[in-house]
Write a protein that binds this ligand. Sequence first.
Ligand SMILES: [Zn+2]
Length: 86
Amino acid sequence: MVRFTLFILLLLVLAASLSRLVKEIFIQRRKLNRPTEAEELVQDPCCQTYIPAGTAVRKRVAGRNYYFCSKDCMRKFLDEKKPQNP
Ligand SMILES: [Zn+2]
């Protein structure tokens, strides 16, 4: 009888450690997936294309962040903005 209870206890300990292990693997997987989720798409206000924020050309104009696919688009956009703010 003592052996039987010991066996049950051992099973419970094993199950607890196993569930902890599965949880840790799950958390690690979520951490690994985060960088791809964080790569959001931003719109180029000049040519209207969508580019990943990580590779976009960023420019801060009047307290707002603008993202461009290239420096040419950034220049074009800034040139168009100039006449509005003399
Ligand atoms: Zn562009």
